[in-house]
Design a protein around this ligand. Structure first.
Ligand code: ZN
Length: 283
């Protein structure tokens, strides 16, 4: 259904269909802004022309209903169609997608939006850096990015957690951009551990791009905690450690026998320090 479009998109019947040549330019165009993501700009272009994203893409004869599918890879034909319709250079269209990334950067760049800046989103913006797992504050206006889903209301998130998570995010960026894999491995180990405490399963790289703030902030904070207290982070990030968490903890370190022994020792000491009451509660 493209009834919402203002411009008729049927080519005149006399004109032969030339492969690669696209529909008429749209009545209105909008200029892309710095760091704007292709899908976000297409949404603004659609809104300027009184239609929605799917209608715009159908009008452009691009075979996808979601602009986000083009953010990582827009082929030459699609770029040409969009450029023609919006009356801009195809190179500008391509510049709105993600550039080539290292595998490490790619694993920490979300395919779908998971956080946004409330301030800029109100203006209809969707920016590229918001997709990075390490992005924490909006680079345009400085507002803290918020997750798109979440049980926690903003005012329920403690300042301390935000402070730690922001530091963890900075470390994650360094790790993602460092030459060797060591830093990132260390960061992901901390995330794996935090995930186990939150009983969140899956790949650690997905946990730090999770649309739920209670998962993402906790995992980022764990990266910062792991830096200052590599082994005792258990005690720092968790209020109490139960048997389930202990098992998860051991699993997080199972491939590193030396660390496993040290962590196991700490976990047992934590359990002892909490005294017999806890032990009774488990029976
Ligand atoms: Zn912003």
């Amino acid at each position: 259904m493209d009834a919402g479009l203002v411009a008729p998109c049927e080519p005149p019947s006399a004109a032969p269909e030339v492969p690669g040549v696209k529909p008429h330019p749209l009545p209105k165009t909008v200029a892309p802004l710095p760091d704007e993501l292709l899908s976000g700009w297409l949404s603004r272009l659609a809104a300027a022309n009184y239609c929605d994203d799917a209608e715009l893409l159908a009008h452009l004869r691009i075979d996808t209903a979601h602009g986000t599918a083009l953010d990582f890879n827009v082929d030459a034909a699609a770029a040409a169609k969009i450029a023609n319709a919006a009356r801009i250079n195809p190179d500008v269209v391509r510049s709105l997608t993600f550039p080539a990334m290292t595998p490490r950067e790619a694993s920490l760049t979300a395919q779908m939006p998971f956080q946004h800046c409330m301030q800029c989103a109100r203006e209809g913006l969707s920016l590229r850096h918001w997709r990075r797992a390490w992005a924490f504050d909006c680079q345009v206006c400085g507002t803290r990015l918020v997750q798109t889903l979440g049980k926690l209301r903003e005012e329920q998130i403690s300042g301390k957690l935000i402070y730690r998570a922001r530091r963890g995010a900075e470390m994650l960026e360094c790790a993602a951009r460092s030459r060797g894999p060591k830093q990132l491995r260390r960061a992901m180990r901390a995330v794996t551990f935090a995930m186990s405490l939150k009983t969140f399963r899956g790949d650690p790289s997905f946990a730090v791009q999770n649309p739920r703030s209670e998962v993402r902030l906790f995992c980022l904070a764990a990266i910062a905690a792991a830096r200052s207290h590599p082994l005792a982070k258990a005690a720092i990030v968790s209020k109490s450690i139960d048997d389930y968490a202990r098992v998860a903890l051991l699993r997080a370190f199972e491939k590193e026998p030396r660390l496993l022994a040290a962590v196991d020792h700490i976990a047992q000491r934590c359990a002892r320090n909490r005294g017999p009451m806890t032990a009774v509660s488990h029976n």
